[in-house]
Design a protein around this ligand. Sequence first.
Ligand code: ZN
Length: 312
Amino acid sequence: MADAGGFRLASESDPTASAHLAGTILPGFRDAHVHLGLIDGAALLGGGIAVVHDFGWGLESARTWATDTALPEVRIAGQLLTAPGGYPTASGWAPSDASREVAGPDDASAAVDEQVDAGATFIKVTLNSDAGPVFDDATLGAIVGHAHERHVSVAAHAQGAGQAARAYSAGIDVLAHAPWSERLPDELIAAMAKAMSWVSTLDIHGWGKFNEGFAVANDNVRRFHAAGGRIRYGTDLGNGPLPVGVNERELVALEHAGLEIDALAAAIAPAPASGAFGQRISRISLPRQEDPAHWLAAARLIDHDNLEVHLA
Ligand SMILES: [Zn+2]
């Protein structure tokens, strides 16, 4: 995190600061689980979100998002890979072309290739035994294996007893939601903390009116975080009444699960792998306050291309 003294600009040849941006500067905020097909994505930048991971939609639309300048930086999963008749084919929220049914292990490579060839940089599978059939181990393993061969990670929607454990055993890299179907055993949580990331999506469990799923997910997140697991801020935007922008309730929920300011900032403003900040940075002009969630939610984006207008 940049210090509260703000951000100093200097050229490579002359390291003396040439201008000063007051406040606190972080990498552009990321929502690591959205559905652009279900929201007005053009409102995200104004809401403080610079980067999104889209967790499933038809390829015809999804392949256009990465180059749409009205949108944040977008990574797409492409279609949701699911067992024949599996979630979300009968759930109502997703059009039929948002899902790709995978008939068995022999069909796994083709299904993965279709997504990657259309621009997907990760694969999303559904393992929702509450809402239909789920992949057998052989098919799931074939999908994960081929995705990794193509150098893309795999995220899973794991729902229903035992599905989060199956995702872990299959080598899934990311859980699309912090598990809420059951309290996971400590040993499983410890193993998962070494091997995968979880997208938080705590606020979908009641949207501020905490339900039973919220309590279970919150307890799992608390132990996963304490075990060193990596949490990504994500909201499942498009699913229920959520603000199109930074959701302060999601941050508050993570705070309640034990994430302190540095962990919260890392969850929503991950340092870019390259070391260079992305196209947009997040600026918090509020003085550093007691409540980290409220403070982070006050961030606004600045585009590198018009940085000058913000400089003091
Ligand atoms: Zn989702």
